[in-house]
Design a protein around this ligand. Structure first.
Ligand SMILES: [Fe+2]
Length: 331
């Protein structure tokens, strides 16, 4: 039997029916509104003014610091005006994190359907983020991509998701960022009309936009997971291993903006035999070496440094998440 987590690290978006072994909220709209009301300051809420250009009108944002924002949001949901809200439910990395109150069922889903597969695919550690989404009134969430494999569990109303499968050339990049939206949209998009009870797999790096057609409020919960390894985190870890000298990134790779920052995915090379003795697979080694700037570190030491890092990663989860600025070592 295929498992949901079998899609991890694949490139084909697909829909399946969600196994009903876990009790979801019976009334997703009430649950979602209650969650926003109780956690307003953590939510992201945006809307469009249909009198100034309809779906193409600019995004406007509610002020989360204003307690009246929730009531304005609720009214737009109930009157089917273009509006959108999201709220993080789970944020979990390297065995530590948070699960929001009244989102235990999402954590159960993660544990029952993804946890084991995720750990197997990402032995250096992994990150999982679950988010609740509520929208209506033809609201369009603009095209973007995520550095994780994503699963969108649709619970109420309708949702149309347009996905551009990741072009081949991006699949082969070893050190990469997500800035080139135009290039990533060079493929023919696939439209998915989601019904409640369906779950859509959106591969890491694949562009997608989301529209909530019709008047019924749409509620979904996403699960994003993977181990995109920031080059900045690698640098921090290598410098801790070094005794004398240092390694750094070129200026254009130092951004921590989520679309500009650079990653690699060590888990893609899980099954590759090290070409350098017991060290890092050659393709990964060459790609990392090509961008790292070393100061007072010999070629031999660099080789040993990367091999040692790879070896440590085989027995100690080295992954600290996709946000280097959250890491204690970051300064
Ligand atoms: Fe997304």
């Amino acid at each position: 039997m295929t498992k949901l987590s079998d899609s991890l690290q694949t490139h084909t978006p697909c829909v399946s029916n969600f196994p009903n072994d876990i009790a979801l909220p019976t009334d997703p709209i009430t649950w979602a509104l209650d969650m926003f009301a109780a956690n307003l300051s953590d939510a992201d809420m945006q809307y469009r003014d249909p009198t100034s250009g309809g779906a193409e009108s600019p995004l406007l944002y509610f002020n989360q610091a204003d307690i009246n924002s929730f009531e304005k949001f609720r009214q737009r949901i109930h009157s089917a005006q273009p509006v959108h809200g999201s709220l993080p439910l789970i944020d979990f990395c390297a065995g530590d994190g948070t699960v929001r109150n009244n989102a235990d069922w999402a954590w159960q889903i993660y544990n029952a359907h993804f946890g084991e597969g995720l750990t197997q695919r990402h032995p250096m550690g992994s990150y999982v983020r679950s988010t609740m989404w509520m929208s209506c009134g033809e609201h369009r969430y603009d095209a973007h991509c995520d550095p994780f494999d994503g699963y969108l569990l649709h619970m109420s109303g309708h949702k149309r998701v347009r996905v551009w499968p990741l072009p081949k050339k991006y699949r082969q990049e070893v050190v990469f960022n997500h800035a080139d939206f135009e290039g990533r949209m060079a493929t023919k998009p696939i439209d998915f009309d989601m019904a409640p009870g369906q779950i859509l797999f959106i591969p890491s790096g694949a562009m997608h936009e989301v529209i909530s057609p019709g008047k019924t409020p749409s509620v979904s919960v996403s699960f994003h997971m993977g181990s995109p390894f920031p080059m900045q985190t690698l640098c921090m870890q290598l410098n801790k291993l070094l005794q004398g000298g240092s390694v750094s990134l070129p200026g254009n790779m130092k951004s921590i903006n989520k679309f500009d920052m650079y990653f690699f995915e060590p888990s893609r090379f899980n099954n590759t035999k090290g070409d350098l003795g017991h060290g890092m697979p050659k393709e990964l080694y060459n790609a990392i070496l090509a961008v790292l700037i070393s100061s007072n570190v010999s070629a031999q030491t660099m080789h040993e440094l990367l091999s040692t890092w790879w070896q440590i990663g085989k027995s100690h989860p080295l992954y600290r998440g996709p946000y280097p600025e959250r890491s204690q070592e970051f300064n």
